[in-house]
Unconditional design. Structure first.
Length: 173
């Protein structure tokens, strides 16, 4: 019953995302477009929730858990990450990679592995570009984001959801 409802909600979101696909039709496969659209939406949600939690829930105050005190910017990340992890998985499973035939629990585990890999790759790339290449942090983050998004898409398509090679919807001219 729950899976049926999630599929229906996913189908609704897919219709919304696909409604905006027309301008990209001739140069971007639908799956890549859906990945960009849902990833962008989930990133916007993440930033919005982070802002709300940091500024209004935590009120920029250190969070004391007894054994450890956590800075407000890290605490906000820790509060928001589980939610955007789940919304990201939902959007990937039911909108972007909906043709996958793998079981949901396998997809969720693999999604977690890829997200963990993305976090590690972010750290390594930022360290490398800022500290070894001496590129300033903002351009380093921009380069890192391109690398991480490419890694994430390839890993999600060929590992997490295994839809690689199934979509050929760029029209031939």
């Amino acid at each position: 019953m729950m899976n049926f409802m999630l599929e229906k909600i996913g189908a609704f979101f897919t219709k919304i995302v696909d409604w905006f696909y027309f301008p990209f039709l001739h140069f971007m496969p639908r799956e890549v477009y859906r990945y960009a659209a849902t990833g962008g939406a989930n990133t916007a949600l993440d930033i919005f929730l982070y802002f709300i939690v940091y500024n209004f829930v935590l009120q920029k105050q250190v969070v004391d858990f007894g054994l450890v005190a956590v800075s407000p910017h890290i605490a906000a990340f820790l509060f928001v990450f589980p939610l955007t992890f789940l919304t990201g998985f939902f959007l990937a499973k039911y909108v972007t990679f909906s043709t996958s035939h793998l079981k949901g629990r396998i997809q969720l585990f693999r999604y977690g592995v890829v997200v963990f890999g993305s976090i590690i790759l972010n750290y390594i790339c930022l360290k490398f570009f800022v500290e070894y290449c001496h590129i300033s942090p903002t351009p380093s983050k921009m380069i890192t984001t391109v690398i991480v998004v490419a890694y994430s898409y390839i890993a999600q398509r060929y590992y997490t959801f295994k839809t690689g090679g199934k979509h050929k919807d760029i029209p031939q001219t």
